[in-house]
Design a protein around this ligand. Structure first.
Ligand code: RIB
Ligand code: CA
Length: 308
Protein backbone atom coordinates (compact mmCIF):
# COMPACT_ATOMS: atom_id res chain seq x y z
CA UNK A 1 0.00 0.00 0.00
CA UNK A 2 1.22 3.52 -0.80
CA UNK A 3 0.41 6.34 1.63
CA UNK A 4 -1.11 9.41 -0.01
CA UNK A 5 -2.04 12.85 1.29
CA UNK A 6 -4.32 14.99 -0.89
CA UNK A 7 -4.42 18.79 -0.66
CA UNK A 8 -7.42 20.14 -2.51
CA UNK A 9 -9.74 23.06 -3.23
CA UNK A 10 -12.44 20.45 -3.82
CA UNK A 11 -14.59 21.38 -6.74
CA UNK A 12 -15.79 19.05 -9.45
CA UNK A 13 -12.52 17.92 -10.98
CA UNK A 14 -10.83 17.61 -7.58
CA UNK A 15 -13.70 15.35 -6.48
CA UNK A 16 -13.07 12.92 -9.34
CA UNK A 17 -9.35 12.90 -8.51
CA UNK A 18 -10.08 12.18 -4.84
CA UNK A 19 -12.42 9.37 -5.88
CA UNK A 20 -9.66 7.86 -8.05
CA UNK A 21 -7.28 7.75 -5.08
CA UNK A 22 -9.87 6.44 -2.61
CA UNK A 23 -10.84 3.64 -4.99
CA UNK A 24 -7.25 2.63 -5.87
CA UNK A 25 -6.58 -0.80 -4.34
CA UNK A 26 -2.93 -0.04 -3.50
CA UNK A 27 -3.40 3.43 -2.00
CA UNK A 28 -4.05 4.44 1.59
CA UNK A 29 -5.21 8.06 1.72
CA UNK A 30 -3.96 9.18 5.12
CA UNK A 31 -5.76 12.51 5.00
CA UNK A 32 -7.27 15.24 2.89
CA UNK A 33 -6.52 18.89 3.57
CA UNK A 34 -8.94 21.45 2.19
CA UNK A 35 -7.63 24.79 0.96
CA UNK A 36 -9.28 27.96 -0.33
CA UNK A 37 -9.20 28.05 -4.14
CA UNK A 38 -12.02 27.29 -6.54
CA UNK A 39 -14.46 28.01 -3.70
CA UNK A 40 -14.19 28.94 0.00
CA UNK A 41 -12.45 26.30 2.12
CA UNK A 42 -15.67 25.41 3.99
CA UNK A 43 -17.38 24.50 0.71
CA UNK A 44 -14.31 22.60 -0.44
CA UNK A 45 -14.20 20.59 2.77
CA UNK A 46 -17.93 19.85 2.39
CA UNK A 47 -17.40 18.57 -1.15
CA UNK A 48 -14.42 16.46 -0.08
CA UNK A 49 -16.43 14.87 2.75
CA UNK A 50 -19.27 14.10 0.35
CA UNK A 51 -16.81 12.42 -2.02
CA UNK A 52 -15.22 10.40 0.80
CA UNK A 53 -18.65 9.20 1.93
CA UNK A 54 -19.69 8.33 -1.63
CA UNK A 55 -16.65 6.04 -1.73
CA UNK A 56 -17.67 4.42 1.55
CA UNK A 57 -14.57 5.65 3.38
CA UNK A 58 -13.90 7.58 6.60
CA UNK A 59 -10.76 9.39 5.44
CA UNK A 60 -10.18 12.45 7.63
CA UNK A 61 -10.87 15.81 5.96
CA UNK A 62 -9.20 18.77 7.64
CA UNK A 63 -9.84 22.47 7.17
CA UNK A 64 -6.82 24.44 5.93
CA UNK A 65 -6.11 27.97 4.80
CA UNK A 66 -9.17 30.15 4.23
CA UNK A 67 -7.38 32.50 1.82
CA UNK A 68 -4.05 32.88 -0.05
CA UNK A 69 -0.97 33.94 1.95
CA UNK A 70 -1.10 37.57 0.86
CA UNK A 71 -3.63 38.09 -1.90
CA UNK A 72 -7.42 38.23 -2.11
CA UNK A 73 -9.18 34.95 -3.00
CA UNK A 74 -10.11 34.36 -6.66
CA UNK A 75 -13.15 32.06 -6.88
CA UNK A 76 -13.93 29.82 -9.88
CA UNK A 77 -17.72 29.70 -9.58
CA UNK A 78 -17.94 30.45 -13.32
CA UNK A 79 -16.42 27.06 -14.05
CA UNK A 80 -17.54 24.79 -11.23
CA UNK A 81 -20.90 26.28 -10.20
CA UNK A 82 -21.97 27.96 -6.93
CA UNK A 83 -21.39 24.83 -4.83
CA UNK A 84 -18.31 23.84 -6.84
CA UNK A 85 -20.10 20.66 -7.84
CA UNK A 86 -22.08 21.65 -10.90
CA UNK A 87 -24.89 23.05 -8.72
CA UNK A 88 -25.91 19.49 -7.86
CA UNK A 89 -26.53 20.66 -4.27
CA UNK A 90 -25.52 17.32 -2.84
CA UNK A 91 -26.63 16.72 0.78
CA UNK A 92 -24.27 17.39 3.70
CA UNK A 93 -22.13 14.32 4.41
CA UNK A 94 -22.60 12.70 7.81
CA UNK A 95 -18.79 12.45 8.03
CA UNK A 96 -17.79 15.54 10.06
CA UNK A 97 -14.81 17.78 9.39
CA UNK A 98 -11.91 16.31 11.36
CA UNK A 99 -10.84 18.40 14.33
CA UNK A 100 -7.46 20.06 14.06
CA UNK A 101 -5.67 22.29 11.65
CA UNK A 102 -4.97 20.79 8.21
CA UNK A 103 -1.43 22.15 8.04
CA UNK A 104 -0.43 20.67 11.40
CA UNK A 105 -2.17 17.38 10.59
CA UNK A 106 -0.25 17.19 7.31
CA UNK A 107 3.06 17.87 9.10
CA UNK A 108 2.27 15.11 11.61
CA UNK A 109 1.40 12.66 8.81
CA UNK A 110 4.69 13.34 6.98
CA UNK A 111 6.71 12.97 10.18
CA UNK A 112 4.87 9.71 10.96
CA UNK A 113 5.68 8.31 7.49
CA UNK A 114 9.11 9.71 6.58
CA UNK A 115 10.03 8.69 3.03
CA UNK A 116 6.74 6.86 2.66
CA UNK A 117 4.14 9.47 1.79
CA UNK A 118 3.08 10.77 -1.63
CA UNK A 119 1.58 14.26 -1.66
CA UNK A 120 -0.88 15.17 -4.41
CA UNK A 121 -1.82 18.86 -4.60
CA UNK A 122 -4.93 19.81 -6.54
CA UNK A 123 -5.38 23.45 -5.56
CA UNK A 124 -3.43 26.58 -4.59
CA UNK A 125 -0.33 25.69 -2.54
CA UNK A 126 -1.16 27.79 0.50
CA UNK A 127 -1.38 24.88 2.98
CA UNK A 128 1.85 23.31 1.75
CA UNK A 129 3.72 26.62 1.89
CA UNK A 130 2.59 27.11 5.49
CA UNK A 131 3.63 23.52 6.30
CA UNK A 132 7.18 23.92 5.01
CA UNK A 133 7.53 27.26 6.78
CA UNK A 134 6.44 25.72 10.09
CA UNK A 135 8.34 22.43 9.56
CA UNK A 136 11.10 22.70 6.93
CA UNK A 137 12.22 19.16 7.82
CA UNK A 138 9.20 17.66 6.04
CA UNK A 139 10.45 18.65 2.57
CA UNK A 140 12.90 15.76 2.46
CA UNK A 141 10.52 13.34 4.19
CA UNK A 142 7.91 13.57 1.41
CA UNK A 143 8.63 10.76 -1.08
CA UNK A 144 7.16 12.63 -4.05
CA UNK A 145 4.73 15.47 -4.67
CA UNK A 146 2.56 15.58 -7.79
CA UNK A 147 1.19 19.07 -8.33
CA UNK A 148 -1.63 19.98 -10.66
CA UNK A 149 -0.49 23.44 -11.50
CA UNK A 150 1.35 25.74 -13.81
CA UNK A 151 1.80 25.79 -17.53
CA UNK A 152 5.23 24.81 -18.79
CA UNK A 153 6.26 27.15 -21.64
CA UNK A 154 2.67 27.49 -22.80
CA UNK A 155 -0.66 29.24 -22.34
CA UNK A 156 -2.22 29.80 -18.95
CA UNK A 157 -5.95 29.51 -18.32
CA UNK A 158 -7.01 32.14 -15.81
CA UNK A 159 -4.55 34.58 -17.37
CA UNK A 160 -2.54 34.35 -20.61
CA UNK A 161 0.51 33.53 -18.49
CA UNK A 162 -0.73 31.53 -15.52
CA UNK A 163 -2.75 28.50 -14.50
CA UNK A 164 -5.37 29.00 -11.76
CA UNK A 165 -3.79 27.08 -8.84
CA UNK A 166 -0.51 28.97 -9.15
CA UNK A 167 -2.17 32.31 -10.06
CA UNK A 168 -4.35 32.30 -6.92
CA UNK A 169 -1.38 32.07 -4.54
CA UNK A 170 1.87 32.65 -6.44
CA UNK A 171 3.82 33.41 -3.26
CA UNK A 172 2.84 30.01 -1.84
CA UNK A 173 3.80 28.28 -5.08
CA UNK A 174 7.20 30.00 -5.03
CA UNK A 175 7.81 28.86 -1.45
CA UNK A 176 6.87 25.27 -2.28
CA UNK A 177 8.82 25.16 -5.54
CA UNK A 178 11.98 26.25 -3.67
CA UNK A 179 11.35 24.16 -0.52
CA UNK A 180 13.26 21.07 -1.59
CA UNK A 181 10.12 18.93 -1.83
CA UNK A 182 10.63 16.48 -4.77
CA UNK A 183 7.87 17.79 -7.03
CA UNK A 184 6.50 16.91 -10.45
CA UNK A 185 4.55 19.74 -12.06
CA UNK A 186 1.65 18.55 -14.22
CA UNK A 187 0.52 21.65 -16.05
CA UNK A 188 -2.81 22.64 -17.46
CA UNK A 189 -1.51 21.90 -20.96
CA UNK A 190 -1.98 18.19 -20.23
CA UNK A 191 -5.69 18.63 -19.58
CA UNK A 192 -6.90 19.93 -22.92
CA UNK A 193 -7.83 18.66 -26.37
CA UNK A 194 -7.45 14.91 -26.72
CA UNK A 195 -6.90 14.55 -22.97
CA UNK A 196 -10.51 15.69 -22.45
CA UNK A 197 -13.40 13.26 -22.42
CA UNK A 198 -15.31 13.77 -25.67
CA UNK A 199 -19.06 13.17 -26.05
CA UNK A 200 -18.66 9.50 -26.97
CA UNK A 201 -16.35 8.88 -24.02
CA UNK A 202 -18.75 10.65 -21.65
CA UNK A 203 -21.60 8.51 -23.01
CA UNK A 204 -19.50 5.40 -22.40
CA UNK A 205 -18.83 6.52 -18.82
CA UNK A 206 -22.56 7.07 -18.31
CA UNK A 207 -23.16 3.55 -19.60
CA UNK A 208 -21.17 2.15 -16.65
CA UNK A 209 -24.34 2.88 -14.63
CA UNK A 210 -22.43 3.20 -11.37
CA UNK A 211 -22.86 5.90 -8.71
CA UNK A 212 -19.21 6.87 -9.35
CA UNK A 213 -19.68 7.35 -13.11
CA UNK A 214 -22.88 9.36 -12.61
CA UNK A 215 -21.20 11.47 -9.90
CA UNK A 216 -18.18 12.24 -12.11
CA UNK A 217 -20.39 13.47 -14.94
CA UNK A 218 -23.12 15.14 -12.87
CA UNK A 219 -20.82 17.25 -10.66
CA UNK A 220 -18.94 18.40 -13.75
CA UNK A 221 -22.04 19.62 -15.57
CA UNK A 222 -21.06 23.30 -15.44
CA UNK A 223 -17.44 22.45 -16.25
CA UNK A 224 -18.57 20.69 -19.43
CA UNK A 225 -20.77 23.60 -20.49
CA UNK A 226 -18.13 26.22 -19.64
CA UNK A 227 -15.34 24.30 -21.34
CA UNK A 228 -17.31 24.44 -24.58
CA UNK A 229 -18.30 28.12 -24.27
CA UNK A 230 -15.01 29.49 -22.86
CA UNK A 231 -12.43 27.37 -24.61
CA UNK A 232 -14.40 26.13 -27.60
CA UNK A 233 -13.17 22.67 -26.71
CA UNK A 234 -15.50 19.70 -26.67
CA UNK A 235 -16.11 17.55 -23.68
CA UNK A 236 -14.79 17.51 -20.19
CA UNK A 237 -11.39 18.77 -19.10
CA UNK A 238 -10.19 17.05 -15.90
CA UNK A 239 -6.94 18.67 -14.69
CA UNK A 240 -6.88 17.19 -11.19
CA UNK A 241 -7.76 13.63 -12.31
CA UNK A 242 -4.95 13.77 -14.90
CA UNK A 243 -2.47 14.67 -12.14
CA UNK A 244 -3.92 12.01 -9.85
CA UNK A 245 -3.54 9.45 -12.67
CA UNK A 246 0.17 10.36 -12.93
CA UNK A 247 0.53 10.00 -9.16
CA UNK A 248 -1.20 6.61 -9.24
CA UNK A 249 0.81 5.40 -12.25
CA UNK A 250 3.91 7.58 -12.86
CA UNK A 251 4.50 5.75 -16.18
CA UNK A 252 1.59 7.78 -17.54
CA UNK A 253 4.04 10.65 -17.74
CA UNK A 254 5.86 9.69 -20.96
CA UNK A 255 8.36 12.54 -21.02
CA UNK A 256 9.58 14.61 -18.07
CA UNK A 257 12.70 16.44 -17.09
CA UNK A 258 14.20 18.33 -14.17
CA UNK A 259 14.41 22.06 -14.77
CA UNK A 260 14.84 25.24 -12.80
CA UNK A 261 11.32 26.63 -12.38
CA UNK A 262 10.40 29.90 -10.71
CA UNK A 263 7.03 31.59 -10.17
CA UNK A 264 6.40 35.24 -10.98
CA UNK A 265 4.96 37.25 -8.09
CA UNK A 266 6.08 40.72 -9.16
CA UNK A 267 3.92 41.65 -12.14
CA UNK A 268 0.15 41.67 -12.55
CA UNK A 269 0.68 40.76 -16.22
CA UNK A 270 2.57 37.54 -15.52
CA UNK A 271 1.43 36.92 -11.93
CA UNK A 272 1.65 33.15 -11.23
CA UNK A 273 3.53 32.32 -14.41
CA UNK A 274 5.63 29.16 -13.96
CA UNK A 275 8.84 30.20 -15.68
CA UNK A 276 10.60 27.01 -16.82
CA UNK A 277 14.33 27.27 -17.64
CA UNK A 278 14.37 24.55 -20.32
CA UNK A 279 17.78 25.61 -21.71
CA UNK A 280 19.53 26.03 -18.37
CA UNK A 281 20.36 29.68 -19.08
CA UNK A 282 19.82 30.76 -15.47
CA UNK A 283 22.56 28.41 -14.24
CA UNK A 284 20.25 27.65 -11.32
CA UNK A 285 20.01 24.07 -10.02
CA UNK A 286 16.93 22.20 -11.22
CA UNK A 287 14.19 22.15 -8.58
CA UNK A 288 11.14 20.80 -10.39
CA UNK A 289 10.46 17.70 -12.49
CA UNK A 290 8.35 19.03 -15.35
CA UNK A 291 5.87 16.69 -17.05
CA UNK A 292 6.09 17.33 -20.80
CA UNK A 293 3.87 14.56 -22.20
CA UNK A 294 1.30 12.09 -20.89
CA UNK A 295 -0.05 8.79 -22.18
CA UNK A 296 -3.62 9.93 -22.88
CA UNK A 297 -5.03 6.44 -23.47
CA UNK A 298 -3.57 5.15 -20.19
CA UNK A 299 -4.83 8.22 -18.27
CA UNK A 300 -8.36 7.60 -19.52
CA UNK A 301 -8.14 3.86 -18.86
CA UNK A 302 -7.19 4.54 -15.25
CA UNK A 303 -10.06 7.00 -14.90
CA UNK A 304 -12.56 4.48 -16.31
CA UNK A 305 -11.30 1.77 -13.93
CA UNK A 306 -12.05 4.03 -10.97
CA UNK A 307 -15.56 4.85 -12.19
CA UNK A 308 -16.77 1.31 -12.83
O1 RIB B 1 -6.43 25.22 -13.48
C1 RIB B 1 -7.13 24.07 -13.09
C2 RIB B 1 -7.03 23.87 -11.62
O2 RIB B 1 -7.64 24.95 -10.94
C3 RIB B 1 -7.78 22.60 -11.12
O3 RIB B 1 -7.13 22.13 -9.98
C4 RIB B 1 -9.12 23.14 -10.76
O4 RIB B 1 -9.79 22.34 -9.78
C5 RIB B 1 -8.75 24.47 -10.16
O5 RIB B 1 -8.31 24.24 -8.82
CA1 CA C 1 -8.46 21.85 -7.93
Amino acid sequence: MRNFWIDTDTASDDAVAILMALRAADVNVLGISAVSGNIPVEKGARNARYTVELCGKKTPVYMGASRPLLREPVWAYFFHGEDGMGNMNYPEATLPVTEGNAVLAFIDAVRAHPGDITLVTLGPLTNIALAVRIAPDIAKKISMCYTMGGAAVTLGNVSPAAEFNIYVDPEAAGIVFHSGIPLMMVGWEHCRGEANLNDEEMAMVRSFKTPFADFALDCNATAIATNQKWLGEPGLSLPDPVTMAVALDPAICLHHGSCYVDVDTTSEVTRGMTVVDQLGVTNQPANIDVCWKINVARWKELLYQSLK
